[in-house]
Design a protein around this ligand. Structure first.
Ligand SMILES: Cc1cc2nc3c(=O)[nH]c(=O)nc-3n(C[C@H](O)[C@H](O)[C@H](O)COP(=O)(O)OP(=O)(O)OC[C@H]3O[C@@H](n4cnc5c(N)ncnc54)[C@H](O)[C@@H]3O)c2cc1C
Length: 425
């Protein structure tokens, strides 16, 4: 049963939903993880495997947040490409962050295999270049990856080849990455939860954390219970709200939207996209899409910067789809949904410690699949005594948004609208 999940293609095709109880007692644990998305689940599972006694509290349902609603594209590297990363941090640190993302991909691949998670993992991702001034960058990035990152799996595709991969006139060239992946994200989250439970994590749904003490051990409180824990892992991301004001101002919640078409039939789907690889473009408000196993088109496009979704999400996303694929004007939309992610000012992830016993990770800026899973893993490493990778991530400079949370940074919203307008011009 997918009760408690927003209606989406993922909820309709979910596999392995388990009903976890709501917290109605006072418990003691080594670690209390707050949030049941990729960050929280990955932290909980890795901690339990290291012998820690873990309680995970999720306000709604496992994978209810961005983790159960996203495009499912597991990209290589960070949100910024390696050329930008090198400019900002130099080659060595850029390499470190590239390697971290590779470790994030490996974490997902290994978990899928080890726990037999039925999440339709597929290989390949194409970045479609939509702007003349970006032409040539694909070849530059592919060369940099091969020469300086030991990554020979990405190659530039010219306009003709790109057109043969994706039936749109929008792309001037492409960058095809054979080792990037796609998954059914909700099924992956559900599989991680099942693995975490098998490893001993006590999972509670419908258990919103209302607050916690700044003590050691800390006491984490819901409406009907509490957990005394030596460590807290804060993994609420775009759904953090006002729970922790000390990190809320470092992220801006953004709503992003997706649709799933009716099944197109194998032939029409194949004409549209030549394989089961993921695709995204180079726009500021990125379009991303792929074929599902039943030959639907799953398409993400459009976002807003305020609480609340458009009333008719299908009507909101459809024009983005038709801009790239006008040939789909006759196609029925079967599902449309939205989710909330969070971005940081410089689009780099915000990972750190607020005190020796309070860890957090958030702000993956639309690149959360590999990063959230890796962030959970390195938080677990840090709590169990090996903080070297965590410390490198936590050293990234993350600025505070002027103002704070929703509604409190009109300047920032104007900035986002400006760049999304530029996409359209
Ligand atoms: C529409 C959409 C498309 C996306 N597409 C991609 C993509 O293709 N590739 C990619 O890499 N990234 C993508 N992302 C981003 C990616 O999904 C996220 O970065 C990632 O899932 C974040 O995981 P998380 O666990 O940190 O947060 P979430 O999955 O949002 O989980 C946070 C959880 O915390 C819970 N919570 C909040 N407050 C409390 C509380 N007080 N008590 C208890 N629990 C609480 C929430 O209910 C939620 O379940 C997309 C995001 C969206 C919304």
């Amino acid at each position: 049963m997918s009760a408690g999940y927003p209606q989406s293609y993922y909820a309709a095709t979910a596999s392995g939903i388990a009903d976890y109880p709501s917290l109605r007692e006072n418990l003691r644990a080594d670690v209390c993880v707050i949030g049941g998305g990729f960050t929280g689940l990955s932290a909980a599972l890795n901690l339990a495997e290291q012998g820690m006694d873990v309680v995970l509290l999720e306000a709604e349902r496992i994978g209810f947040g961005a983790s159960g609603r996203n495009g499912g594209l597991i990209g290589s590297g960070q949100r910024k490409d390696v050329l930008e990363m090198e400019k900002q941090f130099g080659l060595q640190r850029s390499r470190d962050f590239w390697d971290f993302a590779e470790a994030g991909k490996a974490e997902i691949r290994d978990r899928v295999a080890r726990h037999n998670i039925p999440c339709d993992l597929q290989y390949g991702q194409l970045e479609g270049v939509h702007k003349k001034s970006y032409v040539g960058m694909a070849a530059e990035i592919a060369a940099a990856l091969a020469e300086r990152y030991d990554y020979p799996h990405a190659r530039a595709t010219d306009r003709e080849e790109t057109r043969s991969l994706v039936a749109t006139d929008d792309f001037l060239e492409g960058l095809f990455d054979e080792q990037a992946m796609t998954i059914h994200p909700l099924n992956y989250a559900l599989g991680l939860a099942a693995a975490a439970r098998a490893a001993g994590v006590r999972i509670f749904e419908d258990s919103r954390v209302l607050g916690y003490t700044r003590t050691d051990p800390a006491s984490v409180r819901t409406a009907t219970g509490s957990v005394d824990a030596s460590f807290i892992v804060l993994a609420c991301n775009g759904y953090l709200g006002k729970l922790e004001r000390r990190v809320a101002g470092k992220i801006m919640p953004i709503n992003n939207f997706m649709l799933a078409t009716e099944p197109l039939g194998e032939e029409r789907a194949r004409e549209l996209i030549a394989g089961r690889f993921g695709v995204h473009d180079t726009r500021f408000v990125v379009n991303y899409f792929r074929r599902s196993g039943e030959h639907r088109l799953l398409y993400g496009g459009g976002e807003n910067y305020r609480p609340g979704f458009p009333r008719n999400i299908a009507a909101f996303v459809r024009p983005y789809m038709l801009e790239l694929f006008p040939q789909l004007s006759d196609v029925r939309i079967d599902y449309a949904w939205g989710g909330t992610l969070s971005v940081t000012v410089n689009r780099l992830p915000h990972v750190g410690r607020l005190s020796p016993n309070l860890y957090f990770a958030q702000g993956y800026s639309g690149h959360g699949l590999s990063t959230a899973n890796f962030a959970g893993k390195i938080i677990a490493e840090a709590i169990t005594g090996t903080a070297s990778r965590f410390d490198v991530f936590a050293s990234l400079p993350i600025h505070t948004f002027p103002g704070g949370t929703w509604f409190r940074y009109p300047g920032m919203v104007l900035g986002m609208l400006y760049y999304s307008m530029k996409d359209k011009l």
